[in-house]
Design a protein around this ligand. Structure first.
Ligand code: ADP
Ligand code: ZN
Length: 736
């Protein structure tokens, strides 16, 4: 026996167990090894997450075997997993599950093996003539093989119009060879992509590339924020940086939001790097994911492109991480561990000592601040590489429109006219409902008034069941006024408007137009997402209606008009990031118009035309917007000037959920220092979902550990009744 291994076993226990490493396995057990161990009366699989000289436990059992010939998780990724578990209040076992995809972990996950048949050289005409008479079926098989060189057994038999037995008979005569052959289930297989060559970089691009490569050569970690409007050539910079990294014999990871992981995006990388690429995203089959992961693990692919979880891709000798659209909220995982892939990328860059490039047209305020206070380097691409003009943005005041039309309406006259002129010219329109999650604020449709908490500068959440307005940041509450406090309108009501309703209005307004809707409901069917976009691309659809799903990463040259309905909806989310999100969305949406030869137009309908988020987006003044927004955030200690942890307690019975939330808050309160602000519990803005009542506790502090330390201490023995749960969201992005 030599040494002790700390093992996390597969069967859902958030603990590590000590096992002896038997001498016979001494050279094969290492950090990250997949092993089998006796556990109770069973033998189970587990991962070695630590190696020690001794253990404080007596009577240890020994590891039974090691699976595979190399560790599944390398040391750095293991360290990253540990850091993640610690930072995001998740168990080591949850972290291991996250860094190793299920398709790879699962028992029986393996390369698909099939029998492959080849000719044994030496077949001559004399033998053929003999077979012709005695066994014509066998001859047919040989003839197919002569043409095709080699073939999979089943296919060969089918093609020769016979059975597998015939082929086996040939094997018996040593005329063919049958061997197992592992097939790579490659999602990119069969895609032929035109190779692309590096473009000559423009000055700012070249400077950005130099900055990245300077970090790469320094041997030290470093994060570079690449800020550049849509079409400014960020992707070209990524491509050339990766190229140089590959020349150094290293690999790269490219993260893109799931939604923009379209064939178009992948093709751009494939065109430059061919089959050095592996793709990881949620639409792969388990088999494909397994094979893609191993393609990276075995060093066959040195570039991993994928959504969130690709940040854990086992790329060998990692030399660069790119996070495109770094501001995207979808980089945040919604289940434990609730990690942000962008932040994990920065952390992995630290561990691997490599550059991390964060790219965006509208960087998050966190990254903006980090790049201005010296934590990140900044590289700016200030104009479009394709020399197209940015579209003009027009803001329409829906309050005046309501007066003009005599009643509140969803479409302004200007927008209707604009759509009509596009239909006449056979150009395309996108209509965008600026809506995120559920609209839980109370909005006056006549004047646009929205009730806000005076202390927290977020909108009140409207709780219909109890007819109350609630601030879930500070916990204060207010009765719902029976008429609009601003204009006195009695029809003051919940702005519940969805894409379906818009679709029906649009089809009445433009009966001859072909209209498609793309939102979460319309895209649950597999591939319908692709189908809808495909129809739109080839011009089958005149008007595409959608939520933020259609705002991102898509390139349609024939779209010359974008209409944004209810720009205020996202502005009044009960979330301190509401302005930031609105600004980002409007800027992104604007980037969709006029990518072809015709200049585009964007029409934004709003009740608050002078709001800074809307005006800054119209004037494309990112810096001004950020500076103003940062002032507000600093005052209230919101991110990036502090960290926020959102704890949600869920239960089927409302009083129980409230009770346990209260109990938790009472236990945590005495343990926190005066640098931590604890608020709540309050009902969450979405106070009930899927039958569960939800209560939230918000904690704010300059350093996360000040919150997660005491919280973990309490949660260790905070037992909830069955069917109740408690989730901890560190650096929460969605506060709903
Ligand atoms: P972004 O990623 O910032 O949206 P892209 O890299 O997609 O921008 O570039 C937008 C367009 O400009 C693409 O068609 C690209 O081929 C082109 N482009 C980028 N860099 C250059 C360059 N240096 N010279 C000429 N065209 C370029
Ligand atoms: Zn408040």
């Amino acid at each position: 026996m030599s040494g002790i291994a700390k093992v996390v076993v597969e069967i859902a226990l958030g603990r590590e167990f000590d096992y002896l490493i038997p001498g016979s396995l001494d050279s094969t057990v290492s950090l990250g090894s997949l092993v089998t161990v006796p556990f109770g009366r069973k033998i189970v699989r587990g991962y070695v997450v630590g190696l020690e000289d001794e253990s404080k436990h007596p009577n240890l059992k020994a590891i039974a075997s090691v699976v595979g010939n190399k560790p599944m998780v390398d040391e750095k990724i293991l360290e990253l997993a540990r850091w993640m578990g610690d930072y995001y209040c998740a168990s080591i076992e949850q972290s291991i599950r996250t860094v190793l995809p299920g398709a790879v972990r699962k028992k029986g996950a393996a390369f698909k093996e099939r029998l492959f048949v080849q000719l044994v050289p030496g077949l001559d005409d004399e033998m053929k003539a003999k077979l012709q008479k005695k066994a014509p079926k066998q001859l047919a098989v040989l003839e197919v093989l002569e043409r095709e060189k080699g073939m999979f057994l089943q296919r060969l038999a089918a093609k020769a119009g016979t059975t597998v037995a015939t082929v086996r008979a040939l094997e018996g005569k040593s005329l063919v060879m049958i061997a197992t052959h592992s097939m790579n289930r490659d999602p990119l297989d069969g895609h032929v992509v035109v190779p692309s060559v590096p473009l000559e970089l423009m000055e700012e691009q070249a400077k950005a590339l130099d900055q990245i490569m300077a970090v790469a050569s320094s041997g030290k970690p470093g994060t570079i924020l690449l800020q550049g409007v849509t079409g400014s050539g960020k992707t070209e910079v990524y491509l050339q940086a990766i190229d140089q990294i590959l020349k150094k014999g290293k690999g790269a990871i490219v993260l893109v939001p799931e939604i923009s992981l379209t064939p178009q995006t992948v093709e751009r990388f494939q065109g430059r790097f061919g089959n050095k690429i592996a793709v990881l995203h949620s639409h792969l089959s388990d088999g494909e994911r397994h094979d893609q992961w191993h393609k990276i693990h075995d060093g066959e692919a040195c570039i991993a492109i994928g959504a969130r979880s690709a940040v854990f891709a086992p790329v060998k000798n990692l030399g660069l991480i790119v996070v495109d659209e770094e501001h995207e909220p979808t980089y945040k995982q919604e289940d434990a561990p609730r990690y942000n892939a962008r932040d994990m990328a920065v952390m992995r860059g630290q561990l691997e000592k490599c550059p991390v490039v964060l790219g965006s047209a509208t960087p998050s305020l966190e990254s903006y601040w980090n790049s201005r206070c010296g934590k990140y380097e900044l590289a700016v691409l200030s104009h479009r590489a394709d020399h197209r003009k940015m579209p003009a943005m027009r803001v329409i005041d829906m309050r005046t429109e309501a007066i003009r039309q005599g009643h509140p309406s969803i479409f302004s006259q200007d927008l209707i006219e604009a759509v009509r002129s596009r239909l006449d010219r056979a150009e395309q329109t996108m209509l965008f409902l600026n809506r995120r999650g559920y609209a839980t604020s109370l909005l006056c449709q006549k004047c646009g008034y929205v009730a806000k908490c005076g202390q927290c500068s977020v909108s009140f959440t409207y709780h219909r069941q109890v007819e109350a307005l609630n601030c879930h940041i500070c916990g204060s509450s207010k009765a719902v006024p029976n008429k609009c406090p601003s204009c006195g309108d009695k029809a003051f009501k919940f702005a519940g408007i969805g894409t379906q309703r818009i679709e029906s209005i649009v089809s009445k307004l433009f009966p001859k137009a072909s209209i498609q809707r793309m939102d979460a409901d319309a895209t649950t069917r597999k591939n319908s997402h692709r189908q809808i976009l495909g129809d739109f691309r080839v011009g089958k659809t005149d008007i595409l209606i959608g939520t933020q799903m259609i705002a991102k990463g898509l390139h349609f040259p024939n779209v010359t008009l974008i209409g944004v309905l209810y720009a205020d909806l996202s502005l009044h989310m009960p979330d301190f990031r509401a302005s930031e999100r609105t600004f980002q969305l409007l800027t992104q949406v604007a980037g969709r118009a006029g990518r072809g030869d015709v200049k585009g137009e964007v029409i934004v309908q709003t009740y608050t035309p002078s709001h800074v988020a809307i005006q800054s987006a119209r004037k494309m003044e990112y810096d001004q917007f950020c500076r103003r927004e940062l002032e507000d955030r600093r005052e209230l200690g919101y991110p990036p000037f502090g960290h926020l942890v959102c704890v949600t307690i869920k239960g089927l019975a409302q009083n129980k959920a409230a009770f346990y939330a209260e109990a938790l808050a009472r236990k945590v309160a005495p343990l926190i220092s005066d640098r931590v602000v604890l608020a709540g519990p309050t009902p969450a803005p979405i106070s009930r979902a899927k039958g569960y009542y939800r209560y939230q506790i918000m904690l704010r502090a300059p350093v996360t550990k000040l919150i997660t330390g005491p919280l973990t201490e309490v949660l260790v023995d905070f037992k909830l009744p069955p069917k109740m749960s408690c989730s901890v969201d560190v650096d929460a992005i969605s506060l709903l």
